[in-house]
Design a protein around this ligand. Structure first.
Ligand SMILES: [Fe+2]
Ligand SMILES: [Fe+2]
Length: 175
């Protein structure tokens, strides 16, 4: 049976590819004078619309909510910590946006690296600890309910935005 978390783990792979590329470009930027604004703007769009809306909203508005209804069967509840980490990620993205406006290279690298480190650790915890725990406590009916709600989240984002994201993924070479 297809699990809702399989979809999310697939999205994690896409996010990790972006993060790998971001770290490579930050290492290069250390030795450069000019910031490649176009590249970093694309990264910010990807993080805000793909990692945060397309992916995190499925967790926050659907998966974590359904898990919350089955807490009596779970041995702990990592939801709060996961939500806190999503929020930390958003703050690093604000920092990246500010750095681009200020043309502040060091601040940009610092925020991008902090984001990368946070998300790698966050994704590892979800894939290896939290998602398996969720799959243990939710029923197959709930799995199906979550899958159809995921579709609603994607539809809410809209076809135009999804196409724009697919183009950015192609342009960044992280397909
Ligand atoms: Fe998450
Ligand atoms: Fe996630």
């Amino acid at each position: 049976m297809k699990k809702a978390t399989d979809i999310l783990s697939g999205e994690h792979k896409q996010i990790l590819k972006l993060i790998d590329l971001l770290c490579v470009r930050c290492n290069e930027l250390e030795k450069e004078v000019e910031i490649d604004k176009e590249f970093f703007q694309k990264v910010i769009i990807f993080i805000k619309d793909y990692a945060d809306k397309f992916h995190h909203l499925k967790e926050e508005d659907v998966l974590f909510v359904e898990f919350g209804k089955n807490l009596e069967d779970a041995h702990c509840d990592p939801t709060k910590q996961m939500l806190y980490e999503h929020e930390q990620g958003r703050n690093f993205v604000v920092g990246m946006e500010e750095s681009l406006k200020e043309e502040n290279k060091d601040k940009l690298i610092e925020n991008a690296c902090n984001y990368a480190e946070l998300l790698r650790d966050h994704i590892f915890k979800e894939d290896n600890i939290f998602y398996p725990m969720i799959n243990e406590v939710i029923s197959s009916d709930t799995q199906n309910k979550i899958l159809s709600k995921f579709k609603q989240v994607e539809e809410k984002i809209g076809l135009k935005k999804r196409k724009e994201l697919m183009n950015i993924i192609k342009e960044l070479g992280i397909e």
